[in-house]
Design a protein around this ligand. Structure first.
Ligand code: COA
Length: 298
């Protein structure tokens, strides 16, 4: 076995998800229902080399309220994109990127710059008019900041859905060195796509490298090692292609993605500026792009 992922303190949704995957011949014994509803002691998740997922329970700490007789196994398949995946993949991409709008807004509003402007507008609105004036001015300002955060992430999705994600076979499966994978598993009795990732071959002078793109994992199965496996698929593929490195771009607010890439050995190399949107939008949203790369040893 390789690629062990140790995950402490999985929450109830994770366990409920695991339970839904239990074959009927296997036993999950819940002794204390109240404690079962709190955090559950799933100790680690292991992916073996044949892409099965094992949830291994710590029976010592679970003693008294949870007992599992055998590991839970989910058949997880990482396979190349098929044209029939198109709608699901586009929807996954869209929600996976747009979920960053609200964190981006909260993050921005919590900065001293935004707090100072909000306070100043409240005071100005109150002095010029009334409490209502203060509320209206502050709300207008917050609406403007939200609009900018929305514009960047939604604009990115809109643009990509009309370009590379419009024709995935044409853009990712027709040139040597490019590829697009999905991860699927049986959930609630039907096979569902739970994640995706793509790679594009790039060249700079004589150097050939791969760019990892479109990495999204369904919220149904986050923090179970799936993102790691898909990213590792790209790294392995780039090594097979003889690429010198893997590069990618993400934004600083995507902390889960940054953590994932750092775990895989990617390092932050520069912060390119965003040129697709007006500079005032970028400034108000305060989105910082990170370019990361991982050198591949020969
Ligand atoms: C980023 C994303 C792909 C991670 O997928 P995942 O399957 O949940 O990640 P994994 O379970 O494989 O986690 C691997 C490592 O990533 C890091 N990580 C994952 N989720 C994290 C989180 N919420 N907070 C901090 N670190 C996190 C951890 O280092 C983790 O290792 P650990 O569990 O041993 O601590 C997923 O959260 C996602 O789809 N996010 C929305 C879309 C997105 O931002 N995509 C990236 C585009 S560049």
């Amino acid at each position: 076995m390789s690629g062990f992922d140790v995950v402490d303190d999985l929450c109830i949704q994770d366990l409920a998800f695991a339970v839904s995957l239990l074959p009927s011949s296997w036993t999950l014994l819940v002794v204390d229902k109240d404690r079962f509803l709190k955090r559950c002691p799933v100790k680690r998740i292991i992916f073996d080399s044949i892409i099965n997922l094992f949830l291994v329970y710590d029976l010592t700490s679970a003693a008294g309220y949870l007992q599992v007789s055998v590991p839970v196994v989910m058949q997880l398949v990482i396979r190349r994109y098929r044209p029939s995946d198109r709608d699901t993949v586009r929807a996954l991409f869209s929600t996976g990127i747009q979920e960053h709008i609200t964190p981006c807004f909260h993050n921005r509003m919590a900065t001293p710059f935004c707090l100072a402007i909000t306070a100043a507008l409240c005071v100005a609105g109150y002095l010029l008019s009334s409490v209502l004036g203060a509320v209206v001015l502050a709300a207008a300002w917050m609406g403007l900041v939200y609009y900018c955060c929305h514009k960047i992430y939604s604009g990115f999705v809109k643009e990509r859905l009309l370009t590379d994600m419009q024709d995935i076979p044409g853009n990712y499966l027709s040139r040597p060195g490019d590829d697009f994978w999905v991860a699927e598993a049986k959930l609630d009795g039907r096979v569902q796509i739970l994640g995706m990732v793509a790679v594009k071959a790039k060249q700079s002078g004589k150097e050939k490298y791969g760019e990892l793109m479109r990495m999204i994992i369904s919220p149904l199965c986050r923090r179970m090692g799936l993102g790691f496996r898909l990213a590792q698929t790209v790294v392995d593929y780039c090594k097979e292609q003889g690429f010198s490195k893997v590069v990618l771009e993400t934004s600083a607010i995507q902390t889960a993605a940054v953590g994932l890439y750092e775990k895989l050995g990617f390092r932050h190399v520069l912060s390119p500026s965003i040129t697709e949107f007006p500079s005032w939008v970028v400034m108000l949203a305060n989105v910082k792009v990170l370019r990361m790369e991982k050198q591949l040893s020969a």
